[in-house]
Design a protein. Structure first.
Length: 392
């Protein structure tokens, strides 16, 4: 089967949950005998790389701006796929790109159209009113035009059913468990030591909540200086059209040598950062199903998360939840958990077992393949778009 992936920035994944999702899913589909084309943007994926681990990378133009990058790339890529590559399946990733999922339905009726609903993007604080409106329309398009729609979390699956009366297939994100022995010495360039740092890995955009973590870290240190004396906080990630927010974060951390900004990391260095963290923290206000959390779990790391429903699906132990957007609650949890090393060890082992049992890419690719092969039966019935809540 010939499959085109559209909507991601590109592969190999440098950063971004959707990019990592597409890379791992595509790799597994290739192993299962399919031909996979991944559309990429030249500013993200090296143009000279046309093949990656059996996956064909197709570079198409884009307008590299905050608001036009995704939609222009999706438009050009979709037309290229329809008229040039002629795949049997076009798979859109994200509700923004899904805005254009009607094109193959109109221009190539025999092509199977699939969309994955990764996250409720219109809740993200970086978007203005018009962009949020378009993302809301994209949600409806993702539930209306494709033959099949995938939700990466039960929360999103319920959202699609309640908001758009759409029954979607639940197929979660996955993760690849690390292989080989860890080499903590690789952390030396950041001044970090194994099990003596707390880790966050994320794009540095406001809804990911890094500012909550920085404030909570500093508050906890003031209250319990001895507990945090030999521990650091490592923030792995960088701006994503959010330079002002990155400057705000660095202003909060100014003069605090216990806070380390590493910028984007990938490959072996990122693996080592995950594998040797004493505690992983994900303070995001809005998610789909965060691959970064699954990655930390696969390394046997304890994970502390905000108590949003998407996190609660993955981290079942309430001791590892804190109140969403609460600096005080996060600070209290940091203190509580750093005092209880036994709880951290037990949680890390349980996390690894959970990931192996529920979030394996081979199984995820197999379930996705089944959707690709299902009949082209869905008829489009357009209903008026009604937003049930005011866009903020």
């Amino acid at each position: 089967m010939r499959i085109a992936m559209i909507g991601q920035k590109g592969i190999p994944a440098i950063y971004g949950g959707i990019e990592r999702h597409v890379e791992e899913l595509s790799r597994e589909l290739v192993k299962q005998g399919h031909e996979v084309l991944v559309y990429a943007r030249g500013w993200y994926s090296t143009v000279v790389v046309a093949k990656y681990q059996g996956i064909k990378i197709v570079h198409t133009p884009t307008l590299h701006t905050k608001h036009l990058d995704a939609i222009t790339h999706t438009f050009i890529s979709t037309l290229h796929a329809i008229f040039k590559e002629k795949p049997q399946v076009i798979h859109f990733h994200g509700v923004g790109p899904a805005l254009l999922s009607f094109l193959p339905r109109l221009l190539s009726p025999k092509t199977k159209v699939v969309a994955t609903f990764h996250c409720i993007d219109r809740y993200h604080q970086k978007w203005g009113v018009f962009a949020r409106l378009m993302l809301a329309v994209g949600e409806r398009a993702a539930c209306l035009f494709p033959h099949q729609t995938i939700s990466v979390s039960r929360t999103i699956q319920n959202y699609c059913l309640n908001e758009y009366q759409k029954i979607t297939a639940y197929i979660p994100n996955g993760v690849i468990a690390p292989v080989g022995n860890s080499n903590p010495a690789a952390l030396g360039e950041f001044g970090l030591e194994a099990n003596k740092y707390i880790l966050m890995v994320s794009r540095l955009v406001r809804h990911k909540g890094a500012h909550y973590l920085l404030h909570a870290w500093q508050f906890a240190k003031q209250q319990y200086p001895e507990l945090f004396r030999d521990t650091k906080l490592a923030i792995v990630g960088d701006s994503a059209f959010t330079d002002d927010y990155l400057h705000e974060l660095k202003a909060i951390a100014r003069g605090d040598n216990s806070i380390v900004f590493t910028g984007w990391q990938h490959g072996r260095i990122l693996d080592e950062l995950y594998a040797n963290a004493g505690l992983f923290v994900h303070p995001s206000e809005n998610e789909g199903l965060p691959i970064t959390v699954l990655q930390a779990m696969s390394c046997g790391r304890p994970v502390l998360v905000s108590d949003i429903p998407e996190h609660q699906e993955v981290i079942l132990d309430k001791r590892f939840w804190f109140q969403n957007a609460s600096i005080v609650s996060l600070s209290d949890k940091l203190v509580e958990l750093l005092k209880d090393k036994t709880a951290l060890e037990i949680a890390g082992a349980q996390n690894k077992e959970t990931v192996i049992a529920k979030y394996h890419w081979t199984d995820i690719a197999r379930e996705t393949q089944k959707l690709y092969g299902s009949p082209l039966s869905q008829k489009i019935k357009i209903k008026p778009l009604v937003l049930k809540e005011k866009l903020q």
